[in-house]
Design a protein around this ligand. Structure first.
Ligand code: NAD
Ligand code: MG
Length: 385
C-alpha cells in the first residue's frame, strides 16, 4: 500500500487525484489531506478515505473541522504552519496541488521529507525553482511533473541523454481569447475568462490561460525541470489541447504525448510511475478530431508570454516578482477591481519597479513575494486614484 498526502485536496487537481485514489482503495492509504477554507469538502474527503490527518489552512476554521471529523479517528489541525507540518509528516507520494506561492512552504517540506512529490503547483517552481530542485536533490526526493505539458515532456524526454534533445515544444491551447483583438479583450468579464475551451480548472489557472501567463509560468517551470537551454524551449499554440507537448531530438525525431484533456491522465502517470495504472478517461477518437491545428503564439496580443520569458532570462528575483504580481492582479481581476488587460500591465510595472537579487533561501523567496505583492498593490491603488 502506498501512503498518499494531498495538499489542496478540495481543488480541481485535488479532487481528480482523490477520484483516482478512491477507485483503488486497496492500493492507497491516505496520510493527510489539506484545504484552504472548504471545511465541508475536506471533511467529506477525509471521511471517505479514512485519512489519518486533515488540515484546514484558515486558522479560524479549525474548530469547525474538528467538529466535522469528531469520532472518525482523523486528527485535525488548522493554519498555514499546520499545512506545512502535514506535508512534513511525509508520505510515499504527495500531490502538491495548492494554488499559488502559498503552496511553496508545504512543497519544500514534502521534498525535505524525501518521498515522491507530484507537482501541480507550478507557482512554487516559478518562485523558487532552483531552491526546490536543490532541496529535492539533497533529500533524495523524486519530483514528478503533473502539469499536463511537463508530464508529457517527462514521458518523452530521454533524461539519460539530454544532449540529444534539440528542443522542447511546449503546446498551448491559446485560451478562450485566442482569436480576440486587444480591443475585444479590454471588455471581457471574469465569467468569460474562466471558461476554458478544453480544460475544467480552478479560477486562477483559468485566468492565467486566458492571459497566456500560464504558458509563461510553464516555460519557467520547464526550464527548472528539464536540462535544456531556454532558447530551446518553444511555445506552440495547438487549440485542441490533445498533443500535450513534444520533444525533438538531434536526429529530427519528434516524440509527443497525446490524450484527451483530462488531468486524471497525468495524475495517474505520476501516481503509478514508473508503472502505469488505468484511468477512467475518455479514449481519444482521432477521426472525431479530424485534424490538429497549430499556430505561433502572438506576444503582442498576449504580452504576459514575453514578460515571463524576459523574467527567466534576466533571472535574479524576477520570476518570483512576476509570479507574485500576477497572483495579486489575477485576484483583483476576479474581484472585478481591474480590467483584463490590466493584469499584464500591472505585472510589467511591478517588474520595472522592483528588481531584487536572487533569493537564496525559502525565507528570502517569501520576503520577495510579499514585497512584490505590496508593490503591485500600490500600483493598483495609483491606477484607481
Ligand atoms: P483550485 O483553486 O481548484 O484548488 C486549489 C486548492 O488549493 C484548493 O484545495 C484550496 O483549498 C487550496 N488552497 C488555495 N489557497 C490556499 C492557501 N493559501 N493555503 C492552503 N491551501 C490553499 O486550483 P487547481 O486548478 O486545482 O490548481 C492547483 C495547482 O495546480 C495550481 O498551481 C495550478 O496552476 C496547477 N495546475 C492545475 C491544473 C488544472 O487542471 N486544474 C492543471 C495544471 C496545473
Ligand atoms: Mg499546463
Amino acid at each position: 500500500m502506498k501512503s498518499v498526502t494531498i495538499l489542496g485536496a478540495t481543488g480541481s487537481v485535488g479532487t481528480s487525484t482523490l477520484d483516482l485514489i478512491e477507485r483503488s482503495p486497496d492500493a492507497f492509504r491516505v496520510e493527510a489531506l489539506t484545504a484552504h477554507r472548504d471545511v465541508a469538502g475536506l471533511a467529506a474527503a477525509a471521511r471517505r478515505t479514512r485519512a489519518a490527518h486533515a488540515v484546514i489552512g484558515e486558522e479560524a476554521l479549525g474548530l469547525d473541522l474538528a467538529e466535522a471529523l469528531a469520532g472518525t479517528g482523523t486528527t485535525t489541525a488548522a493554519g498555514p504552519a499546520a499545512v506545512t507540518e502535514a506535508a512534513a509528516r511525509g508520505a510515499d507520494w504527495t500531490m502538491a496541488a495548492i494554488v499559488g506561492c502559498a503552496g511553496l512552504p508545504p512543497v519544500m517540506a514534502a521534498l525535505a521529507a524525501g518521498g515522491t512529490v507530484a507537482l501541480a503547483n507550478k507557482e512554487a517552481l516559478v518562485s523558487a525553482g532552483a531552491l526546490a530542485m536543490e532541496c529535492a536533490r539533497r533529500h533524495g526526493a523524486t519530483l514528478l511533473p503533473v502539469d499536463s505539458e511537463h508530464n508529457a515532456i517527462f514521458q518523452c524526454f530521454d533524461s539519460a541523454a539530454p544532449e540529444s534533445v534539440r528542443r522542447i515544444i511546449l503546446t498551448a491551447s491559446g485560451g478562450p481569447f485566442r482569436t480576440m483583438s486587444r480591443e475585444e479583450m479590454a471588455a471581457v468579464t471574469p465569467a468569460q475568462a474562466v471558461k476554458h475551451p478544453n480544460w475544467s480548472m480552478g479560477a486562477k489557472i483559468s485566468i492565467d490561460s486566458a492571459t497566456m501567463m500560464n504558458k509563461g509560468l510553464e516555460l519557467i517551470e520547464a526550464h527548472h525541470l528539464f536540462p535544456v537551454g531556454l532558447d530551446r524551449i518553444e511555445i506552440l499554440v495547438h487549440p485542441q489541447s490533445v498533443i500535450h507537448s513534444m520533444v525533438e531530438y538531434v536526429d529530427g525525431s519528434i516524440l509527443a504525448q497525446l490524450g484527451t484533456p483530462d488531468m486524471r491522465t497525468p495524475i495517474a502517470h505520476a501516481l503509478a510511475w514508473p508503472a502505469r495504472m488505468a484511468a477512467p478517461v475518455e479514449r481519444l477518437d482521432f477521426a472525431k478530431f479530424g485534424r490538429f491545428d497549430f499556430e505561433a503564439p502572438d506576444t503582442e496580443r498576449f504580452p504576459a508570454l514575453a514578460l515571463a520569458r524576459a523574467a527567466i532570462v534576466a533571472g535574479g528575483g524576477r520570476p518570483a516578482v512576476l509570479n507574485a504580481a500576477n497572483e495579486v492582479a489575477v485576484a483583483a481581476f476576479l474581484g472585478q477591481a481591474i480590467d483584463f488587460l490590466d493584469i499584464a500591465a500591472i505585472v510589467a510595472e511591478t517588474l520595472s519597479r522592483y528588481d531584487p537579487p536572487p533569493p537564496d533561501s525559502l525565507d528570502a523567496v517569501i520576503a520577495v513575494d510579499s514585497e512584490a505583492r505590496r508593490v503591485a498593490g500600490g500600483i493598483m491603488e495609483e491606477r484607481a486614484a
